[in-house]
Design a protein around this ligand. Structure first.
Ligand code: SF4
Length: 375
């Protein structure tokens, strides 16, 4: 590349950071350059995203632990999901976990340094009775542990949102997943507008919202830009970026090969775009980071300031010690009232630092889905 072009691209990255910090919206052409112009070098782009990340989150990383609180048997047909009725994946289905089980897992999440405990329930949405039960569990967790609580209950209305807010819920998750245009090709049992309405209900009730995306589901560059812009328009304070894990039995696996689109560099460019368009948001390098970012996961912490630890809904992820070590090695610290070094020492004692490079997704077994913390 001629030197003058390199300088122009370096200046482009620098301007991105300054404009993002000023709150300016990027043009579509700038978004496209971030994602797909190989002349825009990756390291200066990461540096631009890091400047913005540092401005609002310094070097902290929020650790989230996800709890698969009700697994499988979902009547919806999201084609990427192994819990959907249309999937025949070998997962361990179970109804909603008991209150004591969810409480014990909340305690374990807090003890392991999690900033936030996220309970996820398979299904279209909760009944009024289920909302009441969830509200009572949330109250108990908030009474007993100083941990942020996030709930992913499916579609809810204004009444449900108000009820959960009154119970002390901090945050409600409902992912947009992809663009409005692409949504109809991944799900037919509910619409993009249904998803938006759930987010509006949560916002109206005063709940903080968490909404993100899954990339690698056959979407175009334009679809990614559209959903990231939509999340900005919604002023979403928490954005998980999932990298599609093609799991056995989920219908989308037969239609889409995410490895075709998702190189580690492209994944990092997506994280940079999300950061530069959503400067203040908590951006999570979420499910699939092991599979798609591989050895470059640590670099994802330059745009992102949050991670899941202990795997995802139905698949395993890097171990607790490996996750802490990656954070420490990158010069980052955790957002917690606990010390990273102490947690790392305890985690290393509790489990051998095994190499789980994860070239293949691995289903969680029942022991991983329902650990026995109860006496
Ligand atoms: S609604 Fe949730 S649990 Fe049900 S199929 Fe869709 S993503 Fe899976």
């Amino acid at each position: 590349m001629p030197l003058k072009d390199l300088i122009e691209n370096l200046n482009f990255c620098d301007d991105l950071a300054q404009n993002s910090i000023k709150g300016q919206l990027l043009t579509i052409e700038e978004c496209e350059r971030i994602l797909s112009d190989s002349a825009v070098p990756l390291l200066p782009l990461l540096q631009a995203a890091y400047q913005v990340r540092y401005r609002y989150h310094q070097n902290t990383v929020s650790i989230h632990i996800i709890n698969n609180a009700k697994n499988g048997n979902c009547p919806e047909d999201c084609s990427y999901c192994v819990q959907a009725k249309s999937s025949d994946s070998p997962i361990a289905d179970y109804p909603i976990k008991s209150e004591s089980e969810l409480m014990a897992e909340a305690k374990a999440a807090y003890d392991n340094g999690a900033y936030r405990y996220c309970m996820v329930f398979a299904g279209r949405g909760p009944s009024k009775g289920r909302v009441k039960k969830l509200a009572s569990i949330i109250k108990e967790i908030k009474k007993n542990y100083p941990i942020q609580v996030c709930l992913s209950p499916g579609l809810i209305d204004d009444d449900d949102a108000n009820h959960l807010k009154k119970a002390g819920l901090d945050r409600l998750n409902h992912n947009l997943n992809t663009s409005a245009r692409h949504y109809q090709s991944i799900c037919s049992t509910h619409t993009y507008d249904d998803r938006l309405n759930t987010l509006y209900a949560a916002q109206k009730a005063g709940l903080e919202t968490c909404s993100g995306m899954i990339v690698g589901m056959g979407e175009s560059v334009a679809d990614i830009i559209e959903v990231v812009l939509k999340l900005r328009e919604l002023n979403t304070p928490s954005i998980p970026v999932n990298f599609y894990i093609p799991l056995e039995g989920a219908p989308l696996k037969e239609k889409v090969d995410p490895f075709h689109a998702l190189t580690p560099e492209y994944c990092l460019r997506i994280l940079c775009l999300v950061r530069l368009l959503n400067p203040t948001a908590e951006i999570r390098m979420a499910a699939g980071r092991e599979l798609h970012l591989r050895g470059m996961q640590g670099m994802g912490l330059y745009p992102a300031n949050s991670l899941f630890m202990e795997g995802y809904l139905n698949t395993t992820g890097t171990s607790i010690p490996q996750t802490f070590q990656m954070i420490k090695d990158g010069g980052f610290d955790i957002k917690s009232d606990k010390q990273l070094d102490q947690l790392l020492a305890v985690a290393n004692c509790n489990s051998a630092l095994t190499d789980t490079a994860m070239s293949e997704p691995v289903f969680k077994d029942v022991e991983a889905l329902r650990p026995t913390y109860l006496a």
